[in-house]
Design a binder for this molecule. Sequence first.
Ligand SMILES: NC(=O)c1ccc[n+]([C@@H]2O[C@H](COP(=O)([O-])OP(=O)(O)OC[C@H]3O[C@@H](n4cnc5c(N)ncnc54)[C@H](O)[C@@H]3O)[C@@H](O)[C@H]2O)c1
Length: 345
Amino acid sequence: MSLHILVTGGAGYIGSHVCVALLEGGYQVTVIDNFSNSHPEALERVAKLGGGAVTLIEADLADEGSIDFIRQQVAERPVHGAIHLAGLKAVGESVAKPALYYHTNINATLNLIEIMGAVGSNTIVFSSSATVYGEGNKNPLTEAAVSYAPTNPYGRTKYYNENILRDLYISNNDWRIANLRYFNPVGAHPSGLIGEDPQGTPNNLFPYIAQVAVGRREKLSVFGGDYPTRDGSGVRDYIHVQDLASGHVAALQFLHNQQEGCTADVNLGTGKGVSVFEAISAFERVSSRAIPFEVTARRPGDLAEVYADVTLARQLFDWEAKYDLEQMCADHWRWQMQNPSGYNG
Ligand SMILES: NC(=O)c1ccc[n+]([C@@H]2O[C@H](COP(=O)([O-])OP(=O)(O)OC[C@H]3O[C@@H](n4cnc5c(N)ncnc54)[C@H](O)[C@@H]3O)[C@@H](O)[C@H]2O)c1
């Protein structure tokens, strides 16, 4: 019997790649999404790539009034676990609209817990983030970092959700919980059929670079050229979204293989730092396009250098990132070229 996994936010950037990886791994997939930041077309393409159907529950997971409907839908088939990606993710927007972020991101988790409890399933893999780490930690960042102090409401929702899930395990040791702390997801499926489709101005470096390369934007702003790094620009740990997707499947397998309930907080990154200037050069090489840029002031709250210690993921999940920077750029570029206006055209 193939296992059935609920993927909240499964139509989104990371979720769509996770769904393909699950289908390829022989899992059945049900997605809960309200398409607040995604397009139904993504799920059509997921089914094509994964070679299997995806069941959709179109609903707002953060809405108390939707719980009965979602529970009824989920209860129709046994569920062997959830991968919980649904939520809002724009740091700047979270500063402007903190109540919206706390409401959506915390309630979505609480409602999922209630639904999973009601249908008798106890496995949750949660999309956390390296933003849970604060300042003053040494690179590479281990999961036992000395400082946890997210600098914005978005990061705090991740931190609180991790704690909610850990408390759940403390209350009942049957739960199997993995909080996956992603570093910087980039790239797209090598087919170019699914990828990141940001609405409005992209918040992250790679979609911005790609839109400059394709001519949708004039130039890139590099925030800070005077950091104490090898070339003065900020250094981050970029991870190919395909690696991230396989990391979720590995986390799920780990949780299912345990004799008893457990919780684990695990970094998903490559363990390697890449500077903004290095990312620009790699993208220029791969796309054969110039990326005009301008160095501007540092952004408040940005750290000079952040990259992961990935030892724990290797030990627990027998997983490590395989894709290098060139492949991240090549796949991101292919997606951008094939879908210059995202899923809309
Ligand atoms: N992309 C990143 O850089 C990054 C880094 C660290 C963590 N994360 C986390 O990973 C998760 C997925 O990120 P992503 O980049 O794929 O984002 P995304 O916006 O592309 O995907 C999120 C999906 O959740 C859906 N959604 C949002 N609110 C919902 C609700 N109330 N009910 C049902 N569906 C809802 C959206 O429509 C979308 O399909 C998020 O929780 C995000 O915070 C992302």
